[in-house]
Design a protein around this ligand. Structure first.
Ligand SMILES: [Fe+2]
Ligand SMILES: [Fe+2]
Length: 185
């Protein structure tokens, strides 16, 4: 699922925010708030909704990877709690004191730590198993259901629009240029 790429890019925004706070710089509250908004609308309310409605129940019914699915569901719930805290802490006109900055870093770090293995498991274990248990024709139909739901929620340029929003956030933090991450060797 393409959505995981968006999730990963917001995790990079969160990691840059942690780096700035830890090095004594200003807390990039606007960037973090915008990133958390994308997590809420696009990842939690759309992507995870699809996983919970269409993907996980099929694996349960097939008695496949049930322990992993239970953990993933619990992580969706914990993620929502963390996102709620991150949105609250970075809302309009919030000035963060030392304690609030520390709490924000704790919540951002917990979110990153949970979602890196979460999406890696889904990409390498859950989605391949889902493909195995769903007949080919139904799998194609589900792809259309997912696309229609995306268009309904985010318009026909939905995914590209979300990617543009993430890119704009990255620009405000100076982490949009891919080449800057290439090491000198
Ligand atoms: Fe998930
Ligand atoms: Fe996912």
């Amino acid at each position: 699922m393409l959505e995981h790429g968006v999730l990963k890019r917001v995790l990079l925004v969160y990691r840059e925010a942690i780096r700035r706070i830890d090095s004594g710089g200003q807390t990039p509250t606007e960037a973090v708030h915008a990133g958390a908004g994308i997590i809420r609308d696009f990842i939690e309310n759309y992507h995870e909704h699809l996983e919970e409605r269409y993907v996980f129940p099929r694996l349960f019914r097939a008695h496949q990877l049930t322990g992993t699915v239970i953990a993933l569901l619990e992580q969706h719930q914990r993620g929502r709690v963390l996102t709620g805290r991150i949105l609250d802490a970075t809302g309009a006109s919030k000035t963060l004191d030392t304690r609030s900055r520390h709490d924000l870093v704790t919540n951002l770090a917990a979110f990153i730590r949970m979602y890196e293995p979460h999406e890696a498991q889904e990409d390498t274990v859950i989605f391949p198993a889902f493909r195995d248990v769903v007949p080919a024709k139904e799998f194609l139909q589900l792809g259309e259901v997912f696309q229609d739901e995306g268009h309904r929620r985010f318009g026909t340029s939905g995914f590209a629009g979300i990617v543009n929003q993430v890119a704009e956030i990255e620009k405000t933090l100076g982490i949009h240029d891919l080449a800057q991450f290439t090491p000198q060797v």
